[in-house]
Design a protein around this ligand. Structure first.
Ligand code: CP
Ligand code: NVA
Length: 318
């Protein structure tokens, strides 16, 4: 079985920054194969005897279920751990939790608020750690998005992608994913809601190697014009609920993906959203439930790419 390259004894996936262009290619290829196998009823138990621990500080529908079911399909097991129910909630440190969990598990997936929590977990755990979303990054979502674009557009390099809305965790990793795969990305975000500066700088330097163009603007029409893919996300990410009023004022109506925005894009453009969506806010029902939307294919692809990541990160048993 192929494994992802690493100089140490394990590899973590905390952001798309952790993956080379070649590793992304391997994950997407493996995911496509696992998807085909699954469709033909031919899942193989390549993770038999392996257990994934799934640590959640935040709620989730897709990440929890797709990781859990993905493990079952590959012959392994998954354990759900709400941080409210384990000793972390009573003050046990992340470091001691990481050491303990490494004794029982073959891999840890964690969804956290502060990105440094998942970094801490990974630095102490002796098994691979996968970020299932932090306030800063969401690598598994981006791998699913790349697989979806590849399926729909038959290529990645040269595709024109428009991001409208918040320069959030999904936007950060998407920018890195686009830069590394040659997708041209224009992100239209209101002032004060741009993706992380370090991420933009890294994406621009990666883009030089692939010929991708990374552009930031405050003008949604500029981003959407002739785009092959239009992407958005909630204006109010988990943990930002108290900013609801200021965020709605900053984003609405200008940054909503609606029929007028889709009209500016290529006539074959697709619409993507990581979900959960708020219809009438970042996207209209007409668009997300319309012909150009591929959000359900995108959600399904979460499971296939994660199965690929799990199978590549968990080395065969010694
Ligand atoms: N897209 C995504 O990560 O969904 P969940 O929050 O439901 O896991
Ligand atoms: N940006 C969103 C993504 C949800 C999958 C959030 O962090 O809530």
């Amino acid at each position: 079985m192929k494994t992802l390259k690493t100089s140490s004894s394990k590899k973590d996936l905390l952001s798309i920054a952790d993956l080379s262009a070649e590793e992304i290619r391997i994950i997407l290829k493996t995911a496509a194969k696992l998807k085909k196998d699954h469709r033909m009823g031919k899942d193989s138990p390549i993770l038999r005897g392996k257990t994934l621990g799934m640590l959640f500080q935040k709620p989730s529908t897709r990440t929890r279920v797709s990781f859990e079911v993905g493990m079952y399909q590959l012959g392994g097991d998954a354990v759900y751990l709400s941080t409210n129910d384990i000793q972390l909630s009573r003050g046990e440190s992340i470091e001691d939790t990481a050491k303990t969990l490494s004794l029982y598990l073959d891999c840890i997936m964690a969804r956290v608020y502060d990105h440094t929590d998942v970094q801490k977990l990974a630095s102490v755990a002796t098994v691979p750690v996968i970020n299932g979303l932090s306030d800063s990054f969401h690598p598994c979502q981006i791998l699913a998005d790349l697989l979806t674009v590849q399926e729909q557009k038959k290529r990645l390099g040269g595709v024109r992608l428009a991001w409208l809305g918040d320069g959030d965790n999904v936007c950060n990793d998407l920018m890195l994913g686009c830069a590394k795969t040659g997708i041209h990305m224009t992100a239209a975000c209101p002032r004060g809601y741009s993706p992380l500066e370090d991420v933009v700088a890294l994406a621009k330097s990666e883009a030089k190697k692939t010929g991708s163009e990374i552009t930031l603007t405050e003008d949604p029409a500029l981003a959407a014009k002739d785009a092959d893919v239009v992407v958005t996300d909630t204006f109010i990410s988990i943990g930002k609920e108290e900013e609801k009023a200021t965020r709605e004022a900053a984003f609405l109506p200008k940054y909503q993906v609606n029929a007028a925005i889709m009209k500016l894009a290529d006539s074959d453009a697709i619409f993507m959203h990581c979900l959960p969506a708020k219809r009438g806010q970042e996207v209209t029902s007409e668009v997300i439930d319309g012909q150009q939307s591929v959000v359900w294919q995108e959600a399904e692809n979460r499971m296939h790419v994660q199965k690929a990541v799990l199978s590549l990160l968990m080395k065969p048993r010694r």
